[in-house]
Design a protein around this ligand. Structure first.
Ligand SMILES: [Zn+2]
Length: 78
């Protein structure tokens, strides 16, 4: 992808990208994480149940973007 590597994507940018391409992602039923469509297990909670509907992915992506202001953990900065 033609993106400058020195500019880390913000959560909001990531969320916008996910919302623009919901078919490439799915939402974990266990912890509401957004994972790639090819993932077999959730990397967070190891659930194997996912909701791959576009509506759910977009909703969750927006929630992810909205969370940026309120809480940023060390893991989010990597
Ligand atoms: Zn999960």
């Amino acid at each position: 992808m033609p993106q400058a590597p020195q500019e880390p994507e913000s959560r909001q940018a990531k969320a916008a990208k996910i919302a623009a391409n919901p078919s490439g992602y799915k939402v974990c039923e266990g912890c509401d994480s957004i994972v790639g469509a090819g993932a077999v297990l959730c990397p967070n909670c190891h659930s194997y149940r996912f909701d791959d509907s576009a509506e759910r992915v977009i909703f969750q992506a927006k929630a992810l973007g909205a969370r940026e202001q309120t809480s940023v953990t060390a893991g989010d900065l990597s």
